[in-house]
Ligand binder design. Sequence first.
Ligand code: SAH
Length: 347
Amino acid sequence: MYWMDMTEAEIADAVGAFGVPKFRIAQVQEWLHKGVRPSEMTNLPKDLRAKLDTIPFGGAVIFDKRVSPKDGTVKYLFALEDGNLVEGVLMRYSYGNTVCLSTQVGCNMGCKFCASTLEGCVRSLRPGEMLSFIAEIERDEPPAEGKPRTVTNIVLMGSGEPLDNYDNVVTFLKRVTSEQGPNISARNISLSTCGIVPKIYRLIEDAPHVTLSISLHAHSNEVRSELMPINKAYPIEQVLEAAKAYADRTGRRVVFEYALIGGKNDSEADADALAARLKGLLCHVNLIPLNPVRERGLDGVTRAYAHRFREWLEARHISATVRREMGADIEGACGQLRRRVLNEIRG
Ligand code: SAH
């Protein structure tokens, strides 16, 4: 067991086992909520801190950091206690700051355009590790004057498939939205999935207030299966049915991510077919010009072209936006920074 993964009761038991007065338990709980490790629990006696340190903390430390001179986006590479590296990004918007978090080291989903999945999934992240990312970011970038927090919004869109790490992700969502924890509103959290349909239905029950994003990327099963192996298990029809169930149950629109790939899914006929698929569904389409990955032979499109595609959708009454490009100058795209650093380390 790791400190950062423990429930209140488990912390009480673990601290109590060191034979300390009761008020120490509350102190430790408070520190752990802030993601602080025992060596830095400054109001505890040194010998108690040393005792607490005999149990592994289970968090992350910042291993590398790049700041975009263009838009202030910060790309973090976190080191986990087993030596694994995983990415996170802090993006600054007018309404607050969004962090993009990873849910796994690598990914098993095998999407053809994605750098995170090239070497498969090394392991899933624990709830305490994901909470620790937020704590480390807030330590590194303290809140602006008069603001209680740096991080106001979360998107689970880093490396990994959140619904392939279901229990840990749901525990993380419960803790990150709790009053004792970071207390981030579920409405400010988006979870992005490649479309593991049965898990989407479970999520509707377990976390109905979280915004559901689904990576669609194609309107036909033929193209989607070519790009995303998961489509062979859960074809588009089933994905859209699950999306409808989410919209019906929550009254909130589903966000579909659609990466525009030159010559693959980006024609006006594609926009037409996509609009026909989505007709009548409470949804929004987020267009992303594909970030070309060197290892794969897939092209992007220009932002101007993405806006044309958006107009084609809007002419067909589908609401759409072109995703803002944050940190493109610092390898903001999925898995890119981690791969670069790993390649450097491995020589
Ligand atoms: N596994 C989840 C979340 C991680 S990826 C999912 O599949 O949704 C976050 C988003 O970035 C997904 O929509 C993913 O398809 C997209 N993405 C991955 N590689 C990309 C690339 N090279 N260019 C543009 N979008 C990419």
